[in-house]
Design a protein around this ligand. Sequence first.
Ligand code: TEU
Ligand code: CA
Length: 547
Amino acid sequence: GIEPKWWKEVVFYQIYPRSFMDSNGDGIGDLKGIISKLDYLKELGVDAIWLSPIYDSPNDDNGYDIRDYYAIMGEFGTMEDFDRLLEEVHNRGMKLIMDLVVNHTSDEHPWFQEAIKNPGSKYKEYYLFQKSKDKNPPNNWTSFFSGPAWNYYKELDEWALHLFSKKQMDLNWDNENVRKDIQQMISWWLSKGVDGFRLDVINYISKREGLPWGNKTVGELMGYYGIENYYYGPNLHKYLKEIRSEAFEPFKAFSVGETPGVGMEMSKLLTADYRQELDMVFSFDHLETPGHVRFNDYEYDLNYLKEYFIHWMEDYGDACWMSLFYENHDNPRMISKVNKNPAYRKPLAKLLAMIQLTLKGTPFIFQGQEIGSVNKAFQSATDLRDVESINLYKELIEKSSAEDAFREVLSGSRDHARTPMQWSDKKNAGFTEGIPWIVTDEDYKQWNVEKQLENEDSVLNFYRQLIQFRKEHKALIYGSFEAVNKKRKDSFTYYRRGEKEEFYVECNLSSNTIKRNTLASGYELILSNYSEPAKDLRPYEANLYKV
Ligand code: TEU
Ligand code: CA
C-alpha cells in the first residue's frame, strides 16, 4: 500500500524568481513581485511552490552560486520580504520549498575566500584542492559549462575543482565540518518554517577517492569527462541518510533531489520510504529521446515519453513516488521540443497538461508552462544570459561560424525558460516597468495570463480545471495505473482506478488523425482539448473519461 503524504497530493509550481514578477522597476523579478502573484497561483490551484535560489549570490549562474546561505540576494529583496512571503504562502494553505545548492558554493563565499587567503585554515579542506604534477590540471574532468573543471590559484600553486562555472567551487563532502555546517544551515531555514528543499545536483556530492581520471570512452559517450567518478559516488547514501536524520527528520521536512543521470534502480535506492534518504528525485532520462542531447535541434517523439512513463508507473514500486515534469529553468519549452507548428500549440499544450495531471506521481509545473509558453526568438548571441549558453557559444565559434554556433546554442539554451513571465499584453508582458534583465519576443501580445484568465477555452483554464479535478478525485493521485493498447504507436491510453472511482484517459501523441479506441464508447467524457467529439482522434487530442 502507499503511505499518504502531503507531497504526494499537491501540485507543485516552480518559480524562477528573476523572471517571475518585478515589483520595483529594476527589470529583475523579486520577492515582493512573487507575493503580488500568490492569489493567481492559489486560483490556478497549485498548492506548493519551489523557489529557485534566492540567497545572496554574484549571479554567475543566476543564484546557483551561493555567497551567503543566510542572506537574501539584494536584487530579490530582504529577509523581511522572505519572512512575509513565507507567511503569505502559509496563510493561503500552501507550502514553500527552497532550492538547496550544496554541491558547490560561489568562489566569493567567505569559506572559499578564507581557503585561498589563509591556506592553513580549516576552510582549505572545505574544497577540492589538488597539486598537479605538471602545468596541466590534476585530471581530465571537464565542466558542464565548457572547459576543464579546474581553476588554478597561483598563490597556492594548486588547482580547485568546479563541475559547473569557474565561480562555482565544489565542496568537499568527505569533510565532516562541511557536512555539519550544511546541516546547521538547513536546520536554520527549516526552523523558520520552510516546508522542505529541492536539492541541487545532490547526487554529485560524493566524489571517488583521489578524484581519478575520467575514462576516455565514457567521456566521449557522455560529452563530459569524469562523470562516472561522481554522479553516484561511494558515500552518497551515507551523506543523504545523515542530512535526513540530522536536519530534515526533526522537522518532518520534504526533500526532492535533483539527480541527473541516475536511472530507476538508483532512484529506488535514493527514494524508497524505508531507505530514509530523499522523498523524491528528478530523474532526467525522459527529457531527450535516445541518441539526442539537449543541444540537438530535433522533434521530440512523445511515444518515447509514453514508454518512459509506462515503465516507471509499472516498475517504480509503492515504496517510491514519482515526480512528473517536462520543464524547468534548465530546459527549452516542451511544446517547442515536440512540434513548433503554431497550429498545434494549443491542443499540444493541453495534451501535455492532461498527461502530467492524470498520471501517478507529483506534478511540477514550471512557470509559464500553464499558459502554453514556447521557445523565444532570440536575435543574437548578445541576447544570451545563461552562463552555460554563453560559454558554449564561445567554445563553438572556435570551430564553426557565428551563425551555426548561435543556432546550436539556441536549440538547447536554458534561456528559453528564463524569459519574463507573460502576465499581460502590456510593455514587457507586464513583468516590469523597467528594462528586463533578459529580452523577450512579441509572443506575450497574444499569449499571456490576463487574456487566458478571461478565455474559458484557454490553456490556463484547462490546467485549472485539471488541477481542480485531480484534487477532488483521489483515484488520480493514489489510484492504480494500467496502460492499455501499449504497443499502439501514437496512442497513449490508460486507466486510473481508485476504491470508489475509475477514470480512463486517451491521447493522440501525434499530429496525425488516428483511430479512437472503442473502449471509451460507454464512458462519460469529463474533459477534452477539443470542443466537439469526433469519430477519430485528432492531432494531439486528449480526453478524460469517468468509467
Ligand atoms: O542543474 C544541473 C543540471 O542537471 C544541468 O545543469 C545539466 O547538468 C547541465 O545543464 C548539462 O546538461 C542544476 C541547476 O538546476 C542548474 O540551473 C545549475 O546551473 C546547476 O545545477 C549548477 O548549480
Ligand atoms: Ca525587481
